[in-house]
Design a protein around this ligand. Sequence first.
Ligand code: ZN
Ligand code: ZN
Length: 415
Amino acid sequence: MAEFDTGELSGRADLALTRDLCDHCLGRLFAHRGTGMTNKERGERLRASVNALRDLEGRLPAEHQICWLCDDLFRSLPRFAEAAAEAMGSIGYDTFLIGTRVEVDIADREERLWGEIGSEDVETIKAELNREIGKLVYSLTDKDVEFDHPDVVAVVDTRFAAVELDVSPVFIYGRYLKRSREIPQTRWPCTRCRGRGCERCHGTGKMYSTSVQEMIGDPARAMLDGVDHAFHGMGREDIDARMLGIGRPFVLEVSKPRTRDIDLAALEEAIRAGSNDDVGVLDLRMSDRSEVRRIKSVSPNKSYRAQVRVDGKLNKELVIGVVRSFKNARITQRTPSRVAHRRADKDRVREIVKAFVEDIGEDVMTLTLETEAGTYVKEFVSGDEGRTRPSLSEKLGVPCRVEALDVIAIHDQEV
Ligand SMILES: [Zn+2]
Ligand SMILES: [Zn+2]
């Protein structure tokens, strides 16, 4: 503690002590001087030094009755800590952080004092309260303080020792499979009633009775005793397209969980059973918010199986040659008419990376395509009345359309 020179600071401390300050509030004025001690210890030493000086000069010592600044708020530290520990005891968590609310008047008086004494070495009363309550809660609960990503922040309102919990969401990563052509990826509120329930949605508030999000999120929310869920997918497929292969990466976010313990194998089974196998999940593991950003930032290639209906008879050799000619071809797609109401109308150039004929009949064929992210496959096949060029229809010289589409691979592990 050698670097804490009370002599150098005693003039300013003497001035501060023209008001009645507790040791915390006195020491906090010099919080950035001297390490390895609390503000209370700083205050005690400064008070002793000031009083020694006053004694020499025949002045009265600075006595402490009730702190002008904080009303001796720090005497209630144990009560605040107990209230925080008790509130957090109602949920499951491993790490925490303490926050505080203090009366506006206290913050005002603190700033007034800084104006008189100087603010270069100060710390705010909130910072000290957070730290000192945190230390006590740590000793009460044996849970760890975590500054960046705590499981829960307990905000203590110091006026009433009331505690509000800000519980961090739980994030779960996985890959989903969708074997139905009738469910969207995410919950889709009714566009007429915006979720309130109306005639159009038969009172459900939703355009579709369920979604991949609900099939995964509802059982997870129940197991975590949370409030709601959000679904972050690595892109999405059309409602009528299945998602097969090893699935599409997603992160599920469950808000305000009362427990953070979840049996992921049991969740996987609950999803399978709850969706009648329409939705499945693979590779479930715990995750965090940074993975949401990662998932949203990548745009991998996708592989599709497309069943294509042709308006006319197919010449096998011609078809195989045309399809093969699309390998590594660049096509220009103007925003499809079916999505033009929600996407900007513009031209996009996309690559058809691979194209194979898997099976061919009289007027129907099955293609396997790997395409660059953002390719509209249905429009590549149909041509979308000339908005996509070149297209399969254009090159074959007969109208073609996708009857059934499956995503069979998301190539995220290759990027
Ligand atoms: Zn005080
Ligand atoms: Zn409705």
